[in-house]
Design a protein around this ligand. Structure first.
Ligand code: DGY
Length: 336
């Protein structure tokens, strides 16, 4: 083992984070545009006797990866979501796992709203229309869509991001419904301070009564396929679905049928299943009239990404030093 601990980083994260890591560690970065294969991560961890691993949400960090370097002390993901890491295996091996909650809440909520507004007011279609040279005159029927102000927003999952999305509804004088595993009086109180009167309803009622449904649940065995054919059929024909959580929460084939057959009007997705979504995936034939897709950029503001990179360094340092992590995924998942 080298005297300076070695940290393997599976992609170029913002420089501010790499600089912080380089102050204490020998940092080896995979600098290709596309992610390394899982087998490559395993090989590099083993070759380097790495003590730290910085990964992304697109890396599959399973028990084999976690076992690759006997010296591995800490794995830190450049994301709040940790569904790509086998937490149980990490806990069993005594490997600390860090993530980046909190810092990306507002930025991701902004993106959910960007998709909601884009779907309602058809801005991508508008741009394409102008670019295609079709803008011959002002049109009374041109690109009309539903009003956002005064509509009903349904938030599925009232955690940090769901609450931040609901808070923004105040400016649009919307009615806000939410559903979660149980009622959340504290969150309701938090929202009330901003003038948002959020009502807890059962999921089926939320789907039936909302003009805009925005998904904010983590990916778990319980939430995979949460929005399938039954759920999409429950939504009003004019409804818009926004997903900035995880692609697997929505059944892609069911959504495809929903857009085809008009069970809902439009969907805005920042996350997809599969992800990345190939340009020739069947569902892309709906874009942009019925579907707007962004490439998983919920947290992609410069400030937020820089702060995430700093948090990675803070988490990793604590993990390698055997200290409690400022943001432990094991703790947040109830495994610590
Ligand atoms: C995360 O960090 O888990 C988000 O999905 C990034 O946008």
């Amino acid at each position: 083992m080298s005297e300076t601990p070695i940290v393997y980083v599976t992609r170029e994260i913002p420089e501010v984070g790499l600089e912080r890591l380089r102050e204490r560690y020998e940092v080896v970065v995979w600098d290709e545009k596309l992610p390394p294969e899982k087998s490559h991560i395993e090989t590099r961890l083993a070759e380097l006797d790495a003590e730290g691993l910085v990964c992304l949400l697109s890396d599959d960090i399973d028990a084999d990866v976690l076992a690759a370097s006997p010296d591995l002390e800490a794995v830190c993901t450049f994301s709040v979501g940790y569904d790509h890491i086998d937490l149980a295996a990490a806990a069993e091996r005594g490997i600390a796992v860090g993530h980046t909650p909190g810092v990306l809440t507002e930025t991701t909520a902004d993106l959910a709203w960007a998709l909601l507004m884009t779907c309602a007011r058809r801005t991508v279609e508008g741009h394409d229309y102008v670019e295609a040279g079709e803008w011959g005159t002002w049109g009374p029927r041109l690109l009309t869509g539903p009003d956002v102000h005064g509509a009903t927003l349904g938030v599925v999952g009232l955690g940090n991001i769901g609450t931040a999305v609901a808070r923004r509804a105040a400016g649009f004088e919307m009615d806000v419904l939410y559903t979660a595993r149980s009622r959340k009086p504290e969150r309701e109180g938090e929202l009330a301070e901003f003038g948002v009167d959020a009502s807890y309803v059962e999921r089926d009622d939320l789907l039936a009564e909302s003009d805009f449904v925005s998904l904010h649940v983590p990916l778990t065995a319980e939430t995979a396929g949460l929005i399938g054919e039954d759920e999409l059929r429950r939504m009003p024909d004019e409804a818009v679905l926004v997903n900035t959580s995880r692609g697997e929460v929505v059944d892609t084939d069911a959504l495809d049928s929903a857009l085809d057959e008009g069970w809902i009007t439009r969907a805005g997705l920042d996350v997809t299943d599969p992800e990345p979504l190939p340009a020739d995936h069947p569902i892309m034939r709906h874009a942009p009239e019925r579907l707007v897709v962004t490439p998983h950029v919920g947290s992609a503001s410069i400030g937020t990404r820089n702060r995430m990179a700093e948090m990675i360094a803070e988490n990793l340092t604590a993990g390698i030093d055997g200290e409690p992590l400022p943001n432990s995924a094991l703790r947040d998942a109830g495994l610590e």
